[in-house]
Design a protein around this ligand. Sequence first.
Ligand code: CA
Length: 235
Amino acid sequence: MPNEEMKVLVIEDEESFITALKVGLTREGFTVEVQSDGAEALNTFKTFNPDIVLLDLMLPNRSGVDICRDIREIAKTPIIMVTAKSEEIDTVLGLEVGADDYISKPYRLHELIARMRAQLRRANWGDEPVATYQVEKTTIGDITIDPNRHEVFKGDTQITLPLKEFELLLLLMRNAGQVLTRGILIDHIWGVDYYGDMKTLDVHIRRIRAKIETDPSNPKRILTIRGLGYKYADA
Ligand code: CA
């Protein structure tokens, strides 16, 4: 997901925000389209067909609240509502306009992007079933993981894993045979609000492999599914 080009529609009339967003979001790999006229927002939405919308509340010719409702009538596209004052969020929330998240100005770009990524992951992977609740131990081949005791064994040898590595291995083993996308793994282990180096996942996988694989450079247990994520071999 993070490598795929995402389209963001910025509905905003303040020149300083438009400029900063264009630069910042483009640098993050987004394709950015801007519409400053509230009355034109829905048309631009239809023609640009964005993956996510940043919607300012106060706009000329049509309010953000009305535009949000317009979009919701035709699409489920994630909408992040931008307000000039944090107090307005309560008002907007009370109107139940159907936005997915709210942020107030001034905001930090990295916080906005974290929220955008969270919404994009939810929109794209939120419906995939993943087994996360577990009480019983799981054994596949000679690897056993026991969430109650927080123990991992390779044969008779106990392996020590830090918490995140343990949770990651548990999630993979509980879903053995299924490809878990990078988005799903990051959401479940680091939380949907995680914004950081996407290489963190790969670093954790590498560390687990070093401990459970016979030959970590030629893994037979945790398999890389190129362009998607990882899969624990079910046999
Ligand atoms: Ca405005």
